[in-house]
Design a protein around this ligand. Sequence first.
Ligand code: FES
Length: 167
Amino acid sequence: TEQVVKLTVNGDKKRLKLDTRTTLLDMLREHADLKGTKKGCDHGQCGACTVLVNGVRINSCLSLAVMHQGDDIQTIEGLGQPDNLHPMQEAFVKHDGFQCGYCTPGQICSAVAVIDEIEKGIPSHVTGDLTADIALSREEIRERMSGNICRCAAYPNIVDAIQEVGE
Ligand code: FES
């Protein structure tokens, strides 16, 4: 079955006729030609496909495009461009927060959401009270970023980048 999906991607209004089984990830990569969002596991395990939906991060491989009528989707391409990087992208470059780079778009989308969650005082799964001294601690950031796997294990540098943006 096909269905028309209307949504906004990186500020552009889209109207796409899609098989109802199309995931948000495949819609972005195959129908909106936005290849920045990566497919790692396609099963919600790796975080490579993380995008922002109305400002909240999700694994786009686990979500059907038809569930996102009217939503505002932001991908790595919408956060910044080579000549105009997002502060989180700049921090990842500065701190070498990647090696092969495959997980990086998802890491950065997640990291942007983490800063937003902390600013809004949203606790992580392990945090009871989000006091200022733990909000940007390495442990807290690692916990919040635990859904984003990096096979090159650039984790210490990723945490450095996020801490810098959060300060
Ligand atoms: Fe979606 Fe791995 S590709 S979590």
